[in-house]
Design a protein around this ligand. Structure first.
Ligand SMILES: NC(=O)c1ccc[n+]([C@@H]2O[C@H](COP(=O)([O-])OP(=O)(O)OC[C@H]3O[C@@H](n4cnc5c(N)ncnc54)[C@H](O)[C@@H]3O)[C@@H](O)[C@H]2O)c1
Length: 245
């Protein structure tokens, strides 16, 4: 899976799945812009740099239109273009819907869904001009099947799927593909909050018998970003050990 000469932005890539995505794309030859809301992204960019690949860390809040404009501007100033956008940044603020605050609804929708719109809109200008692009957003199986306590998160992740299909149709004629990945339960800080009982119960429901790893998601993303996936658009690829089938 060669991505030589491609410039990729990965949001929320300071740790977890995003970090694995950044390392995977860099390993395949891409120049990677590593974004996060905090300085963790600098370490990841450094790690990529140590392998001899080009990388740039950009601290930005992807829910902020100004920050997103800055992220894409810094990318194009440094590397002249942007070929691949991975919308990965995301948060969860779980609560039963009757007790959910306006603030927890708004922030999750802003970070998990509005950010996808902001980043996509900002990169499309460059992708349309060059008539090539790959946009891949990290949704979740929770956006497909729901989950109690996650009405805000499920709404945002389902929203990503509608957005993906609408934009895929808008830009297909320009050589740009737009797809989503719906991970199941992946072993990161987001899932480390589960109690041992919850973890065992979960494992008993996963046909492949284990939590996913960030690398499982990275392999699917690298494929969708590659030339080989050029005839695939508007799709949601579930990477979940079979739990949602
Ligand atoms: N872990 C899972 O089981 C799982 C399952 C399905 C989907 N996902 C999705 O995968 C993505 C990555 O999840 P993860 O498990 O690696 O989570 P994580 O919490 O380990 O990492 C998320 C990263 O996003 C960054 N971030 C948060 N808000 C941001 C903002 N406003 N701007 C820029 N960066 C921001 C965080 O600082 C962090 O580095 C998320 O979209 C998540 O919803 C995760």
């Amino acid at each position: 899976m060669k991505l030589s000469d491609r410039v990729a932005i990965v949001t929320g890539a300071g740790r977890g799945i995003g970090r694995a995505l950044a390392l995977k794309l860099a390993g395949a030859g891409a120049v990677v812009v590593v974004n996060d809301i905090n300085e963790d992204c600098q370490e990841v960019a450094h790690e990529i740099g140590a392998t001899g690949r080009q990388s740039l860390a950009v601290i930005a809040d992807v829910a902020s239109p100004t920050d997103v404009a800055g992220l894409v501007e810094k990318t194009t100033i440094a590397f002249g273009k942007v070929d691949i956008l991975i919308n990965n940044a995301g948060i969860a603020r779980d609560q039963l819907v009757m007790r959910m605050s306006d603030e927890d609804w708004d922030r999750v929708l802003a970070v998990d869904l509005k950010s996808v719109f902001l980043c996509t809109r900002a990169v499309l200008r460059y992708m349309i001009k060059q008539r090539w692009g790959r946009i891949i957003s990290i949704s979740s199986i929770v956006g497909l099947v729901g989950n109690p306590g996650q009405a805000n998160y499920a709404s945002a992740k389902a929203g990503i799927i509608g957005f993906t299909r609408a934009v895929a149709k808008e830009v297909a004629s320009r050589g740009i593909t737009v797809n989503a990945i719906a991970p199941g339960f992946i072993d990161t800080e987001m899932t480390q909050r589960l109690s041992e009982n919850q973890r065992q119960e979960l494992l008993s429901r996963i046909p492949l018998g284990r939590l996913g790893s960030p690398d499982d998601v990275a392999a699917a993303v690298a494929f969708l970003a590659s030339e080989d996936a050029g005839y695939i658009t508007g799709q949601v690829l579930t990477v979940d050990g079979g739990i949602a089938m």
